[in-house]
Design a binder for this molecule. Structure first.
Ligand SMILES: [Zn+2]
Length: 122
């Protein structure tokens, strides 16, 4: 997972644990790919699955919650970097954003860093 933070290519993330339906234990079939704009920089494909049991047909998406907060396009790692930077140098959100963008080639806004900072305090 770390590799895709620095490399820019299309990436399909498989989660092997998802190959069996958690509801009825039948095999899951591949069900297309959901495009996801990671760090507003990379397009990655999140594999979708559907249960092969016609009575169940549960659908699942590859779960990236371990790396990415819900409704957020940025990985937790990048947001944490932005936080750590604030301990090194007491700087404005604007300069933190510029640092992150320079380092990762992203276009994170000062507002995103501000929000991430506040959610850490909560
Ligand atoms: Zn099922």
């Amino acid at each position: 997972m770390e590799d895709i933070l620095t490399d820019s290519y299309k990436f399909i993330y498989y989660n092997d644990e998802l190959l069996i339906c958690p509801k009825c234990r039948a095999l899951l079939s591949l069900n297309g790919c959901q495009k996801f704009h990671l760090n507003k920089k990379l397009i990655i494909g999140k594999q979708k699955y559907i249960c092969s049991n016609k009575k169940c047909q549960l659908t699942l998406n590859t779960d990236l919650n371990q790396y990415i907060d819900k409704y957020c396009n940025y990985t937790k790692e990048i947001k944490e970097k932005a936080m750590k930077y604030s301990f090194i140098q007491y700087s404005s959100y604007q300069s933190k954003a510029e640092y992150i963008n320079l380092h990762y080639g992203t276009k994170i806004s000062r507002q995103t860093i501000y929000n991430a900072n506040n959610s850490l305090i909560d």
